[in-house]
Design a protein around this ligand. Structure first.
Ligand SMILES: [Zn+2]
Length: 174
C-alpha cells in the first residue's frame, strides 16, 4: 500500500515561499537547487534553508504546501468567509457536496460532471482562479488529483476552461 510506504518516509523536506512569486514549494534538502514551478525562478537550497520549514516525509511535505497555498489563496483572493480550512471548504454557502462521496468505482463521467459543476460554482465567486485552488476544491469534491489534470486538459480542449496568458490561472467561458 502506497500509504504505508509514505508513512515510513523520513526524508527531510524544506518548505519555503518563492521569493519572487510567493508560491510555496517543497524540496529535498539534499538537493542543490529547486526551480519554482510557477515562475521558474531557481533557488539555491543552501541559501533558503534558514527561511523555510523542515518536515519529514513527502506526504507531509505535500500536505503542508497545500495548506500554505490555501492560506495564501485566502489572502490573495480576499475571500476569508468562503475559503476556510481544507476540511471545511465552502464557497458562499452555495456548494453542496458530500465529503465522503469518494467512490473509487465511479465512472469518469461522474467526475467530469462533478468537476464542471465545481468550476461553475467557483466562477460564481471568482473571475479567475489559480490551478492550486482547482486542486484543493477537487479534493473536497472527492475528485482524485490524477483526474483533475485530465479533466482540466479535457475542458481546455473543449474551450470551456480558459488558461490565462502568462499565468497559472484559469477562468471558464461565459
Ligand atoms: Zn516563484
Amino acid at each position: 500500500m502506497e500509504d504505508i510506504t509514505w508513512k515510513k518516509d523520513e526524508t527531510p523536506y524544506l518548505i519555503f515561499s518563492c521569493s519572487k512569486c510567493h508560491q510555496y514549494i517543497y524540496t529535498k534538502i539534499t538537493q542543490k537547487s529547486k526551480k519554482c514551478v510557477r515562475c521558474g525562478y531557481t533557488h539555491k537550497v543552501s541559501k533558503i534553508i534558514d527561511r523555510g520549514e523542515i518536515i519529514k516525509g513527502i506526504s507531509n511535505a505535500v500536505e503542508l504546501v497545500k495548506k500554505k497555498q490555501n492560506d495564501l489563496a485566502i489572502k490573495e483572493l480576499g475571500s476569508e468567509p468562503e475559503f476556510r480550512t481544507l476540511g471545511d471548504f465552502k464557497i458562499a454557502g452555495k456548494v453542496k457536496y458530500q465529503k465522503n462521496a469518494i467512490n473509487l468505482d465511479s465512472e469518469d463521467d461522474d467526475y467530469y460532471e462533478k468537476f464542471k459543476q465545481m468550476l461553475y460554482s467557483l466562477s460564481e465567486t471568482h473571475n479567475s482562479f489559480p490551478y492550486y485552488i482547482i486542486e484543493i476544491m477537487a479534493e473536497n469534491y472527492g475528485i482524485p488529483q490524477s483526474e483533475v489534470k485530465l479533466l482540466t486538459r479535457r475542458l481546455q480542449r473543449q474551450g470551456f476552461l480558459i488558461r490565462l496568458n502568462g499565468d497559472y490561472s484559469y477562468k471558464i467561458r461565459v
